[in-house]
Design a protein around this ligand. Structure first.
Ligand code: PAN
Ligand code: ZN
Length: 194
């Protein structure tokens, strides 16, 4: 007889974005994002404090196989490195054609997306925003607000992570706060191929 996975429910705490029954909790400090911020002097100086930038709570009970989904919440804390807002590392999916859905629960921020050729797209997210990450787009989230930015992400269990491409090349654009305004500007450290 077929071995069916039993349906289940896991609660997301809507106050703080945590998933108390999460199988995997990942905390990312600035040292885990070393080299990703445009202002390397500001990054080096803040590394002495090494603040927590974000936490991920993943419901990891589903097998990482085609057909299953995984889901997680991410809580990005407010803050800046230089004038660039706290953000996630960002990745392409290891299986690049796997899509994803982001749903904003609290705060405000951006989902920054990029094709392998370097075309950039920024989606503003506030509570209730359901933003689609189509196949092949690399993605990173940025907290442009003064409170926690919290969202739920749902993705194919076999999507996997390619962090290397972003670590080496970066995103073509960055999101900064300057003079009370949030701006999308070219990344001075973006590595163009060739
Ligand atoms: C998300 C991200 C999460 C953390 O669940 O993994 O927000 O970002 P990084 O993985 O870039 O550190 C997702 O996109 N999963 O596929
Ligand atoms: Zn993803």
């Amino acid at each position: 007889m077929k071995d069916y996975l039993s349906p289940f429910t896991v609660m997301v705490n809507l106050e703080d974005g945590t998933i108390p029954k999460a199988a995997n909790v990942q905390q990312r400090r600035l040292s885990d994002l070393r080299g990703l911020f445009a202002d390397q002097l500001a990054e080096a100086s803040l590394l002495t404090k090494n603040p927590v930038i974000y936490q991920v709570y993943e419901v990891g009970t589903n097998p990482p196989e085609e057909g299953h989904l995984l889901y997680s919440t991410t809580v990005i804390y407010p803050g800046k490195v230089g004038n660039e807002y706290f953000m996630t590392k960002g990745h392409y999916h290891a299986k690049a054609d796997r899509a994803e859905l982001y749903y904003c629960l609290q705060g405000e921020g951006y989902l920054l997306l990029q094709t392998p050729e370097g075309q950039v797209n920024a989606q503003h997210m506030t509570p209730g925003a359901a933003t689609y990450v189509p196949p092949y787009w690399g993605h990173r989230t940025i907290n442009s607000g003064s409170n926690n930015f919290i969202f739920l992400a749902v993705y194919p269990a076999d999507a996997g992570y390619d962090y290397k491409t972003i670590a080496e090349k970066g995103f073509a654009s960055i999101i900064v706060g300057q003079g009370g305004e949030t701006k999308l500007i070219p990344n001075p450290r973006y590595q163009v191929e060739g």
